[in-house]
Design a protein around this ligand. Structure first.
Ligand code: ADP
Length: 461
């Protein structure tokens, strides 16, 4: 970036001293590049080149500017940026150690840069060994200095919020006696701006680094998530075949005539059969979850009379209700013209799940009633049970994945429980643009699970 447009008549001919107006202008221009650049490495290079430009403009004999910053973890002062001038190039070429590898330990108390950094005040030197010790030998340092043709170096602390963060080295082709007070004032002004600029740039690059790391972590998470989905999908699929075989053999054994198996064996077979059923259900639900999460759950909607669907499911589940001595009934207030555009199989799954839960979490001689109502442009189906109820504080957790809230009850009563059923039901209802919710007056006071489906739903995603 070009720092200033120089008009011929503005360039002072000799080693003139900066005037206040020129100084202010120079500072102003420097501040502008610093504020417009956020990237750290760009800022530091622009700082050293910009400073030199300004000082060159003032024709004061400045040839090399170096920015060093303290690395507090490594406890060293590091060379960060070097102005791009031919004198700097010559010094680089002559140097026994590459520029970016010159790190002065903060403990080197006889190094002038460390003194500048620690004492927070400027120094001046005519001998580069003072600023290179202990990294370069005195001979090597003098060799660099002679190659660059530098007579004097000024070292200034870079201070932010009263704390030293580094040192700027200004190297000149003129003697110390030629450095005026105004010049020193100008350099002090520059170093203040540099402090602010470095701080801004450091803040910016740490935000950038964090952002980059977050982006990387996010991509990695997505990849892992995909792998997990693929694994779950593969594993559940592969598990189903052997499970079906085990279940059919256990079923055959269960139906054996009396006398073939003794009482104990019969009990064991029954337990193995129940466990296989549970495992089968878990595998099916996991497969559904993985389908949903990877976007592979495709709905096949058609016009459906919901009353018929509910009645069919209730008929299927009646034997189970009777087994538990629970009355299962339907009360419908919808008319035949209330046709829903839905995936019948998936909505049936929701009904099986809700009615199944209402039976599972119920007592002997309890009841389960299904109500179908029309409210405005929705059909609302409620499954009302007289069962164990749900604590107010648990209501919000029910529809989460693995949202088992009545774990104790399920465990004590040997009830198969995965915490996936309501999560799956919610996903299916969401995909139908409907809503699902639960109400309960508290433990022991029964629960009502309801879902709504819009009548005018032609766009199922
Ligand atoms: P699962 O029944 O397999 O545990 P669900 O997702 O179907 O999984 O249900 C989540 C939890 O919600 C259950 O573990 C249970 O604690 C609670 N729950 C669901 N339905 C009822 C109900 N009708 N009465 C009381 N608690 C219920």
């Amino acid at each position: 970036m070009k720092l200033s447009i120089r008009k011929k008549n503005q360039v002072p001919t000799h080693l003139s001293t900066p005037k206040t107006k020129e100084t202010i202008e120079a500072l102003w221009r420097l501040q502008k590049i610093v504020l417009n650049t956020l990237d750290f490495s760009q800022v530091v290079h622009q700082i050293v080149n910009g400073l030199l430009n300004e000082l060159g403009y003032l024709n004061l004999g400045y040839r090399i500017i170096v920015l060093t910053l303290a690395d507090e973890e490594k406890k060293v002062l590091k060379r960060i940026a070097l102005s791009s001038t031919k004198e700097a190039q010559r010094a680089l070429k002559a140097s026994a150690i590459p520029f970016e590898e010159i790190e002065i330990p903060l403990s080197s108390n006889n190094n002038l840069l460390i003194k500048t950094y620690k004492n927070k005040r400027p120094y001046i030197t005519h001998e580069w060994p003072n600023i290179f010790t202990p990294v370069l030998t005195p001979e090597q340092a003098i060799n660099n200095q002679q190659a660059a043709g530098i007579k004097t170096s000024l070292t200034y602390p870079v201070i932010v919020n009263d704390k030293s963060i580094g040192v700027l080295i200004f190297s000149l082709v003129k003697a110390e006696s030629e450095v005026s007070e105004e010049e020193k004032e100008l350099i002090r002004g520059f170093t203040d701006i540099v402090g602010l600029a470095v701080q801004n740039a450091q803040l910016y690059s740490s935000v950038e680094d964090n952002r980059k790391n977050l982006r990387l972590a996010n991509t990695r998470l997505k990849q892992l998530d995909k792998l997990k989905d693929e694994f779950v999908s593969f594993a559940s699929h592969e598990l189903r075949t052997p499970l079906t075989v085990i279940k059919s053999y256990l079923s055959l054994l269960r139906e054996e005539r009396e006398g073939v198996l003794n009482e104990k064996q019969r009990l064991y077979v029954q337990r193995a059969y129940d466990a296989t059923n549970r495992l089968n259900r878990l595998v099916t639900e996991m497969l559904d979850v993985s389908r949903i999460e990877s976007g592979r759950l495709i709905l096949n909607p058609k016009d459906v009379n919901i009353e018929v669907v509910v009645q069919n499911i209730v008929n299927e589940m009646q034997p189970k209700a009777q087994e538990q001595n629970v009355t299962l009934s339907v009360k419908s207030e919808v008319s035949e013209s209330d046709i829903l555009y839905i995936d019948e199989e998936r909505i049936s799954e929701v009904l099986v799940n809700l009615i199944g839960n209402a039976l599972k979490y119920n007592h002997e001689n309890g009841s389960v009633q299904i109500e179908i109502k029309r409210v405005d442009k929705d059909v609302i189906i409620s499954v009302i049970d007289s069962g164990i109820g749900i604590k107010k504080s648990d209501l919000g957790k029910l529809f989460q994945k693995f949202g088992v809230v009545g774990g104790d009850y399920a465990h004590k009563n040997n009830i198969p429980s995965t915490g996936l059923g309501l999560y799956l039901s919610k996903t299916i209802i969401d995909r139908h643009s409907g809503k699902i919710w639960a109400e309960s007056k508290g433990e022991g006071k029964g629960s009502t699970f309801s879902f709504s489906l819009p009548l005018e739903n032609k766009k199922i995603v």
